[in-house]
Design a protein around this ligand. Sequence first.
Ligand code: URA
Length: 204
Amino acid sequence: MGVMHIPGHQNQKPGEVSLAEIRSVLGDCHLCPLGETRNQLVFGVGNPHARVMFVGEAPGKNEDLKGEPFVGAAGHNLDALLSLAGLRREDIYIANVLKCRPPGNRNPQPSEIERCSPFLREQIRSVWPDVIVCLGNFAAHFVLHTDAGIMSLRGKFYQTGHFAVLPVFHPAAALYHREWQQFLDDDFRMLGAWLAEHPAGGAR
Ligand code: URA
């Protein structure tokens, strides 16, 4: 499996800042105008020491109401995909590039990403996963520091510092473009194969 090395990420696990500490720094965040329109800030959920961390775009309507990522239709697709990789929700950690819902689910704006993404960066440093799965363009652009589209990025792993990175289509996109579901299925099977080939704690 070809792996492309991307500069710009650390190799060393930093001193640990807990997810609870990061959450408490966010508090009742109003760093950007989304703080005015959200119902709930959606921080992230899952195993704080997960081997696999998923990064999505931003909360949608259901997430904004419930305060948890991927609990709507995209979340149901994600659950099915996780089982293809031999994973359960309790094995993984999930967070989004933006912690608050953009009104009407519009795209995140660059100024919002700039304000919010330092919190995601700290979450990644805290969880320190082996693999980061980027769900869609916004996550892939943030993690891989690229403007390339997900269609050209998907289908292979990238190595950036300590992290293996797998960019995939956003699970919601496949609900509108049914023909993309096959790519998602293939990529999650590839994730399962990668995890089997790289046992936890083994040499990488
Ligand atoms: N889409 C996302 O990118 N994140 C969520 O939490 C839900 C839908």
